[in-house]
Ligand binder design. Structure first.
Ligand SMILES: [Zn+2]
Length: 430
């Protein structure tokens, strides 16, 4: 779709919304959502209708009737609606509380990807059919999101032209766009780290290859369930992988059904695979990422910062001299920081270990042990309102994103220097 056509679609939607609801939806918001649908190959008219429906429905309590793309499904959601085609379905007899019953499991998909599902009763689902599925719920199972169709779920068979054949043609991605649930992924990346380990799968010993891959947009983990002859520093093109996530960190998985070819290593030079500078709104959006750098202001020094005592057995921080697992123990002293950071686009937490904490505070653990004043107060005095440059891995969960820092430095604006630069720029304009 050209930009002109996109503009036309947005105009149409805005006009319709104004006529029917008097509602003013922001153009940017609408464009963002429309683009997301189109990106996954939802036909423009269908996307348009979906968005009109979404915004004309008055603000009502959840559950909503809003459709979620499969790629956007997150674990532990109590009520989701999808429009999907059944790729496969199989019955299985199980015993629940001594009672024999039949459940159905399989795979369903839409334009964005596929997902495993379990139907806890017989919905008379037919393979290849398309359904509007309302009030289903999601769970996480072995790192994947799974869709559950339960007692409260409603299925309505629908015209299967509303949804194209489930995509099996690989689609090309960059590392930063990998999201849990994507399948038929094509990705060209450099192998940064590679480990081999033996696992037992269905009673058979198998070698699994895993590690880190990266391109010019970021880094991710990978797991290969087949010996593709991978070596560190190879640049490979993987077709037919699928993506799982753990705490927001994407993991590309591929097996013997995928094709892997070695490409010219110059396609992704080593120097191009580096720590990505990223703003906090994007990080919150992605809910995690490997090896990133953020620049943000300290808006809170959180309780538990400063001198702490750790359990000698499990390394957990002691509360009142006690470990929740090992009880009363003689703690090992340590220092750390728990900070809340804000860069104007979003807010996240970060945890900094002893070496970084000592560096930022300009004090050693021993200095802090000799200090009598309130620690949080004195740390706050040193760090509050300062800008930090933090690198590390960002892990996401229901409570938000936390960067486990590898390094951090104070990176305050040089106001005098900035003023000088602005003056120079203004001079140049005269
Ligand atoms: Zn312990």
């Amino acid at each position: 779709m050209t930009d002109d056509e996109l503009t036309q679609y947005i105009d149409d939607i805005l006009e319709e919304l104004r006529d029917n609801t008097g509602k003013d939806v922001s153009r940017e918001e609408l464009e963002k959502e429309l683009r997301r649908f189109l990106e996954y190959g939802v036909p423009p008219d269908h996307a348009k209708q979906t968005l009109i429906k979404k915004y004309t429905t008055p603000d009502r309590p959840k559950p909503s009737t809003e459709r979620t793309l499969i790629v956007d499904l997150k674990p532990d959601h109590p009520s989701v609606n999808v429009l999907a085609r059944i790729v496969s379905i199989n019955p299985r007899d199980i015993t629940v509380k001594g009672e024999q019953r039949t459940i159905y499991y399989g795979i369903l998909g839409d334009e964005s990807g596929t997902i495993a599902f379990t139907a806890w009763k017989d919905f008379e689902i037919g393979k290849g059919e398309a359904y509007e599925i309302a009030n289903a719920y999601t769970k996480e199972w072995q790192g994947n999101v799974k869709l559950n169709l339960g007692d409260r779920t409603r299925l309505t068979k629908t015209d299967d032209t509303r949804i194209p054949e489930v995509r099996s043609e690989p689609r090309s991605f960059k590392v930063k766009d990998l999201r849990g649930g994507l399948s038929a992924v094509e990705l060209t990346a450099r192998i940064l780290e590679l480990q081999e380990r033996e696992v037992e799968a269905s009673g058979q010993k198998k070698t699994v290859y895993s590690g880190l891959i990266g391109d010019e947009t970021g880094k991710a983990q990978f797991t290969a369930w087949h010996d593709f002859g991978l070596k560190k520093d190879m640049v490979i093109k993987i077709s037919g992988g699928y993506v799982k996530t753990w705490k927001g960190i994407p993991q590309l998985t591929f097996d013997q059904k995928a094709t892997v070819e070695t490409v010219d290593a110059d396609q992704i030079p080593k120097k191009d695979v580096k720590t990505q500078h990223i703003n906090l709104s994007e990080l919150v959006d992605r809910n995690g990422a490997l090896d990133i750098e953020v620049e943000a202001t300290v808006i809170e020094v959180r309780p538990g910062s400063g001198l702490v005592s750790r359990c000698p057995d499990c390394n957990r921080v002691l509360q009142d001299g006690k470990c929740p697992t090992h009880g009363e123990v003689t703690g090992i002293p340590d220092v750390r920081l728990k900070l809340t950071l804000d860069d104007g686009t979003g807010t996240i937490s970060t945890i900094l270990g002893r070496p970084i904490t000592e560096k930022l505070l300009g004090k050693t653990l021993e200095d802090l042990q000799g200090q009598t004043a309130s620690q949080e107060e004195s740390i706050s005095k040193t760090l509050f309102g300062h800008r930090l440059l933090v690198t590390g891995n960002a892990l996401g969960d229901d409570f938000g994103v936390t960067i486990i820092a590898h390094d951090a430095t104070i990176h305050d604006f040089d106001i005098a220097k900035e003023a000088e630069q602005i003056t120079e720029d203004l001079e140049a304009l005269r």
